[in-house]
Design a protein. Sequence first.
Length: 250
Amino acid sequence: MNFSGISDKTMLGRAFRFPLRLIPSGARLPILQGPLRGRRWIAGSSDHGYWLGSYEYAKQKAFSAAIKPGFRVYDLGANVGFYSLLASVLVGPEGGVFSFEPVPRNLRFLRRHLDLNGVTNCSVWEAAVGRCEGTASFGAGPSPSTGRLTVESQGTFSVQVLALDGLVASGRLPPPDLIKCDIEGGEYDALTGAAEILAKHGPTIFLATHGPEVHRQCCGFLADLGYRLASLDELPLDRTSEVLAIRRQI
């Protein structure tokens, strides 16, 4: 059931959410439904939809259907680790997950969730992903999940930036079968930094875009590489921010 789909504007939604406020932030709770059912989650790491199993319900189902045992999955913008944990279960012991996250607070929860669930097929990269390797300023957003690379200096901290093409070309990473990318506006730079991977290997991409210009750039770039694009929600492709990109037959 999509608990997160129950609006907090309704009486039912308010009644449902009220007891959730009483749960201690450090509580380690079993995830209630979906492919991660029974895995452990730290309540205060994120909103309650994560351990309820209803976080991004439709996207979660599509993501699960796209991954096969043995896949190599890149999680760009891993946040506190929900999709990394989900991918680690789906790819199995023969597969691998490679999680990229630059925010210290998120990294702590990401690693704790992996340790809490005994995950051994996921490696964590303490870095942002962009067009080329280097360092950049990272600005914290209004919530831990909304920070982003920025050219501003005030209120920021320095992070390492990695380009996926360089990591694969150097042998530090295997080529991906699937990429999940949700990095608060840096999506186009991350994709251009992976142009060789996308052209040669054609991984499936779950892409969350942030802003109409980035959305237009990403969709045009992927279409030029031979990707077929579809909306992951009920909105038209030019109005959605959730895109599924599948490479046409190479």
